[in-house]
Design a protein around this ligand. Sequence first.
Ligand SMILES: [Fe+2]
Length: 214
Amino acid sequence: MAIYTLPELPYDYAALEPVINPQIIELHHDKHHAAYVKGANDTLEQLEEARDKDQWGAINGLEKNLAFHLSGHILHSIYWNNMNSPKDGGGGEPLAADGVGDLADAITESFGSFAKFKAQLTKASATTQGSGWGVLAYEPISGRLIVEQVYDHQGNVGQGSVPILVFDAWEHAFYLQYKNQKVDFIEAMWQVVNWQDVGKRYHAAKASVPLISF
Ligand SMILES: [Fe+2]
């Protein structure tokens, strides 16, 4: 029983040129993201089998695989929508005129300025060791925005935080075009950020009721 499905890209493979070339987008979406979707579904089936047979020898690996593949699916689903072509308004900064003034205010309150936030997310993304992500997340207890440096897809995150802008820093996201220049790729990413989408996610996260109270 497939629970998760690969979402369609919101644009064609060439839409993010020259920041990301079509070959990367095609492989990244059709192969890598698809593998996480399949991995999450396969792991759920294996867990069901473990319950049916009452055989728990592989439980540690299965739980780790579930977190890895499911988080990979979720982060990539956000990633595609977080980007759009500069021709369609991608890049720049969140502006009140575009309906995302409250996001801009929250960034300033949480980081001091947009420039400081940009520096922190750039550094967090570009300095990932091995595979990881730089993530802007809404933290529902304090109502602040935070930057997280995510290991693989699921490690080093604060429980309950909601990702609203994600930079994929895995080599598969850039290597065919940028080779070993990960910093150049992350800096170029700012040209395709879809602030309307980030703002929509910020509004939704803010409106959700925190599940934890003290
Ligand atoms: Fe990726």
